[in-house]
Design a protein around this ligand. Structure first.
Ligand code: ADP
Ligand code: MG
Length: 259
């Protein structure tokens, strides 16, 4: 469903000598749940921005259901791919409701008005992410975790086939970290939505993702089943830390970092 082929990307000259991303190729099938891991600066966010069409690679293509992103309109991409950005991005002080409503843009009529159905979908997403009570607050007046949940709600109302998430749990409390991943699993198993989630939470990812991609210095180091990715050797090699990985059952894996 999503074909990422021989991507090379570098930010404008003077900032970076080498490619930020070099020769990235990933084939993603419908209904996959993929975790992307790697140290700071390894290119994870850049990759998600390319896959969501926000930035264009210098070489290579991203094909969505056989059509290059270059040949699709912004709204056509948005109806299929939702991107939940890293929470640090500062934006105009919209209310949470307004931010979530933006997710409906690809579906609005030529007048650009939301219908009752749109409002119901927005309300439904507010409820699912426990944001109804603060829907009219500005994005800059809520906690980092609440803002993060608003961006996830925006992705839901987009009704995409693919959701890309950039460290969705970095600001969330433990309860919401788990509930977001449970929500993603539900979307994945019940609606066959394809999920790509960058995260530094190896434990959470280990128990929700089925496939993992390990990045380092702008390249893919490994792409395999999640249990073949999150091994003590790989964690040592890429993150330079010692760990102890225990497989408790088919579904349950635990990673303990050894300081
Ligand atoms: P990650 O998400 O894995 O931490 P990024 O994709 O954000 O990594 O960054 C990869 C590299 O590109 C880093 O060296 C970073 O400094 C650089 N970079 C990221 N964004 C920009 C930008 N807008 N302009 C120039 N360089 C950037
Ligand atoms: Mg990043």
């Amino acid at each position: 469903m999503l074909e990422i082929k021989n991507i090379y990307f570098t930010y404008p000259a003077g900032v970076q000598q080498d490619y930020t991303l070099a020769d990235i190729t990933i084939d993603i099938g419908k209904g996959e749940f993929i975790g992307i891991f790697g140290p700071n600066g390894s290119g994870k966010s850049t990759l998600l921005k390319i896959v969501s069409g926000l930035i264009k690679p210098q070489k290579g293509v991203v094909n969505l259901l056989g059509t290059g992103l270059n040949n699709l309109k912004k709204q056509e991409i948005a109806a299929r791919i939702a991107f939940v950005p890293q929470a640090s991005a500062t934006i105009f002080p919209y209310t949470l409701y307004e931010i979530i409503a933006m997710g409906r843009t690809p579906y609005l009529g030529i007048m650009g008005f939301e219908t009752r159905e749109d409002h119901e979908k927005i309300q439904n997403a507010l409820d699912m992410l426990e944001l109804s009570h603060i829907a009219s607050k500005g994005i800059n007046e809520v906690s980092g975790g609440e803002a993060q949940r608003a961006f996830i709600a925006r992705a839901l109302v987009q009704e995409p086939e693919i959701i890309l998430l950039d460290e969705p749990n970095s600001h969330l409390d433990i309860k919401h970290q788990i509930s977001i991943y449970q929500l993603l699993r539900k979307l994945n198993t019940e609606m066959d939505i394809t999920i790509l989630a960058v995260s530094h939470d190896l434990n959470l990812s280990a128990n929700f993702c089925r496939r993992g991609i390990l990045m380092d210095h702008g390249q893919i180091v490994h792409d395999d089943s999640i249990r073949n990715i999150l091994t003590e050797d790989n964690i040592k090699k890429v993150f330079e830390i010692d760990s102890e990985v225990t497989l408790r059952s088919d579904e349950n894996m635990s990673i303990v970092i050894k300081p």
